[in-house]
Design a protein. Sequence first.
Length: 136
Amino acid sequence: MSLNIPIVPRTDLTDADVNKICDVIRECGFGLHKYLGPGFREKAYERGMIHRMQKAGLVVRVQPAVKIFDEDGTELLEEIMDLIVEDVLILELKAVRETSSTDVAQLLGYLKASKFRHGLLINFGAPKFYIKKYVL
């Protein structure tokens, strides 16, 4: 669990490094969806993902506080994210029948305002596992 210490995005990883982390996350998510299927609350998938990603050796921060900035760099507030992996990826988890443009906008807004470059939108609520990467 996070102690609400604001997370600063890592800048020492290449895009190839981030893609390797995404591959591990994708495998964890696909395996969890295959095992549980749709129908559970988001919290069940969140806990399952935390367990599987940590088991795979990834550092996962749960509901961390991330600083949100205005375009001139002024800190506006701290926003609580679902998960941050390796301090480089924001994971926005959903358990809905279908993701919406609002879900995408939420993740893109988080990325832009927090200065993170990479994010994953993952939905466990549909019969087919859904994961999409966004990069700013």
